[in-house]
Each structure stands twice: as C-alpha cells, then as structure tokens.
Design a protein. Structure first.
Length: 362
C-alpha cells in the first residue's frame, strides 16, 4: 500500500518545474523541509533569487499541484528567498558590501543598454533585493539623469564615497562628480583607474546585486572589468537587426573568454505598437535575440517593445519600473530580473567570504 511520507511528497514535487529555475525544486536544492502525515503536507522552500512578485503565484500553483494527488488532502507551503554570493573569476577578490556583480553589456551603442540596466536594477529592487548600480560609462555617464538625481556623493572619512540613493537603489557614477556637460577627455589608463576607484572606494551597503552599466564595445573598460572586478554574471542587450546581433555576439564571446558566465540575452525594441492605431510592426526585425540565444546556448531573458514611453521615463528621471510599476513594460523588466537572478542562483556559491583568513606567525 502506498504511504504518504517525505519520499512520496518529493516524488510529487519532482514533476513540477519552476519556470525561472527551469528545473524542479529538488534539483535546484530549494526544498528545505517536508512533513507529511494523515493527508497533511507542509513544505518549506527557500529560493536563491528575489521573488516578491512571484511567491504568491508560485504558492498557488504548487498548492494546486500537490493537492491534485490522491493521498494529499491539504498542502501548506512556506516560500521565502535568500540571495547568496556566487563565484567570480579566478584570482579576483570579492568587494566588501557586495554579494554579486552583474555586468550589463552590448556590442554597440544605441540598443538601449543603459535604459535596460537601470530598469533591471530597479526591477531587482522591486522584487525585494538590496541593489546598487554603477555607471561604468566614464565618457558618457547617463545613470544620474535616468535616476533623477544630481547631488554630489558625500565622503564621511575623506577617503571613501557614500553611494547616492534613488528609488531605494544605491548608485555611483562619474556623472555625480562632474558637471553634466563636461567632456571626459581621458586616455584609457585614466578611465580604467577611475572605474576601479568608483567601485572600490564606494561604501556599498549590503548589496545583493550590483548592476554595472558598461559602455558599448569590448575595449579597456570591459577588459578591466573582466580582469580586476569580481563579476558573477553578464547580461547582453541587443536589438533584433543583424548588425546589432553581430556586435552583441562579440560581447558574448568576450565574456566567455574571460570566464564570466553569460546569464542571458535581452532583446530591446523587439516590437513597435503604434500609439495611435495599435498597428504592430517589427521595425528592427523579428526573433534575432532568440536566435542568438539558441546559437550560443544561453538563456533568452525576454523581449522589450519599442515604446516612446520607456525613453520618456528615463529622460524624466523616473524609469518605467517606478513610474508605472503595474504596467506591462514594468512587468516584463521584473520577469527579466527574476530570470537573470534565478540563472545566477544555480551557479556555484562563493565561500571565501564565509571562512576567516588564517595566518600563521612564529
């Protein structure tokens, strides 16, 4: 006779796949405790990615799935999440106050990378994580304008900088330290040194994810990031047309060469919907981001429409995720954020920060 016990519940759970983890919860090591007795089942689940906007839906779906079984009369689910620190490049040390760094990159300019980066950071924050964003585009800093702030960062000790906080997100940019229209006429070594200082001299406060908005291309800044800054994963932003995809592939291959995992591809400006008549048109082509993901065996994180509202929101310093949090575009950004964070949660964890340094002296 079949008996309701822990092993039986595990078997039932194994047939339900989480859409973000792309696996069942047991394989993802998210199930922490199971009790089963007299038709009553209780399951404790701890996800490795922020999911405030997803927990209720997950709870309802899992409850239905479990209670469809003949032996389970009632299922109680306790679902929470906790972000861990994940592995980075070999020989690169973690930065105090930061668990994970996600680089947002593109092979070329004009694909909406900075808009995607700032909305990704705000979406991760909306899901409940503590988030920071670093503007690594020294020549063309845009994050201060997008976040609607222009105040100079404080220095409490004369050596380090306090991050500027906007919409609950910590931020740092060279744009906070210079006038908005001042050109940065610097050579490569000065730029890379400035990047290292911006990230290393900022007092980040218990950040789960630091999103780095990289300048377009694969030059000095990207190389510095790959060699000296502990990056947990990268997100590639592209538009559907062939020339953008060609450049995006170069960016993807750069991260592969320096052993930074690519969390996935975001396709921007995928579909234009006319605000007057509602006509839909793929102005820049169709399905390019998905084809690129398939060819290079990386995740396709999502596609964003070509909407004037997205551009207007960042120009006004109130990105779409915070200006219209319940809108369709904000929900797409939040879905992308969950997919990227879930992908990162499946990677190896970083344990160096858990153990104390041991030194032996005579």
């Amino acid at each position: 006779m079949t008996k309701l016990n822990k092993a039986y519940v595990e078997d039932v759970l194994s047939s339900w796949e989480d859409p973000y983890l792309e696996s069942n919860l047991l394989d993802a090591k998210a199930v922490k405790e199971i009790t089963a007795e007299n038709g009553q089942v209780a399951v404790t689940i701890v996800l490795g990615f922020p999911a405030d906007g997803y927990v209720a839906k997950m709870q309802a779906e899992l409850k239905t799935h479990l209670e469809q079984d003949d032996l389970i009369d009632q299922a109680t689910l306790n679902i929470s999440w906790k972000v861990a620190s994940h592995k980075v490049q070999k020989g690169v040390k973690q930065i105090p106050g930061i668990k994970n760094i996600i680089a947002v990159a593109s092979g070329k300019g004009g694909v909406g990378k900075s808009t995607t980066a700032v909305n990704l950071a705000l979406a991760l924050s909306a899901e409940g994580a503590t988030v920071g964003i670093l503007d690594a585009d020294i020549y063309g800093p845009s994050i201060p304008r997008m976040l609607g702030v222009s105040t100079k960062p404080e220095s409490l000790d004369g050596k380090t900088l306090e991050p500027v906080v906007s919409y609950h997100v910590q931020s740092m940019s060279i744009g906070y330290l210079i006038e908005e229209e001042t050109p940065m006429i610097w050579r490569g070594p000065m730029v890379t040194q400035a990047l290292e200082q911006l990230i290393g001299d900022t007092r980040w406060k218990d950040v789960d994810y630091l999103v780095i908005d990289l300048p377009p291309g694969t030059g000095d800044t990207q190389l510095t990031l790959a060699q000296k800054i502990p990056v947990s994963g990268a997100v590639i932003v592209t538009t559907p047309q062939d020339i953008a995809l060609l450049d995006a592939r170069r960016g993807l291959k750069m991260f592969e060469k320096v052993e930074v995992p690519v969390l996935g591809v975001v396709e921007n400006m995928g579909l234009h919907i006319c605000s007057s008549c509602g006509h839909e048109e793929h102005i820049f082509g169709q399905g390019g981001g998905e084809r690129m993901s398939d060819e290079h065996e990386v995740d396709f994180l999502g596609s964003l429409p070509l909407e004037s509202r997205i551009r207007a929101d960042v120009d006004e310093g109130k990105p779409t995720v915070v200006s219209e949090p319940e809108g369709r575009v904000a929900q797409i950004y939040r879905d992308i954020a969950r997919r990227a964070a879930a992908k990162l949660s499946r990677q190896g964890k970083e344990y160096a920060s858990v153990f104390p340094s041991i030194s032996i002296t005579n």
